[in-house]
Write a protein that binds this ligand. Sequence first.
Ligand SMILES: [Zn+2]
Length: 209
Amino acid sequence: MHEHDTDRAAAEPPRRRDPVYAAATRMLAFALAPVAALATPGRARHTACRWALAARFPAECLDGLTPDTRAAFEAARTRALWEHGVLLGLTSGYRDRATQTAIYLAEVRRWGSVAEARRWALPPEESRHVAGTAIDVRPTEGARWLERHGALHSLYRVYDNEWWHFEYRPGGRPPRLPDPGAATRGARGRPLFRRAETMAVLDLTCSAP
Ligand SMILES: [Zn+2]
C-alpha cells in the first residue's frame, strides 16, 4: 500500500535529524561504492546510491513507474546525492486505480465538495500517479533540490500547493498551476462542477462496501 498526499503543509520545517540521516547515507554510499563498481562496472555511483537510499527509505517502492520516469528519478537522485549531498526519497509513485479512487473519495468526503477535493487529489482517470509518471518526494530539502535541478531529467514541480509532487514531462516544463483541480476550473476560478455532481460522488461513497 502506498502512502499518499496527507501532508497539507506548504513546506515542512527542516527536522534536526535530517542532516544526520543525509550524512550517514552519504557515508554508506561512499563505503558501498567499491562493491557497487564490481557489481555494476561503470555504474558504481548509481548502484551505490540505490543501495544507500534503500537503507534510508526501506518502505519506498518504485515499481509501476514508467521505465522513463523511473530512470529519470534514479538519475536525479544519484546526482543529488553525489554532487550536492542531498537525499531524495519517494513517498508515493505509481498508484493503481483502486488506491487513487480511495484517495480521491476520501478528499470528497473530507471537503464535501468535488471542486474542493480536486484541489488535493484527482480521480484515477486524470491522475498521473495512475499513469506512472508522477512522484511524491521527500524530504523538503530533496524536493527543493528537485525543483532547482529536475529540468535536466524532465522532472518538474507542477502545483503551488504540493511541494512534494513532481511529474515526468519529456515535452518540457509544464505551466505551474495553483493546485491539481485548477486545469478544469472556470476562467474566474469558479468550479465547473455542479452540486448534483458532488452529491452523485458522495452517494457512490456511501454505497461502497
Ligand atoms: Zn502526487
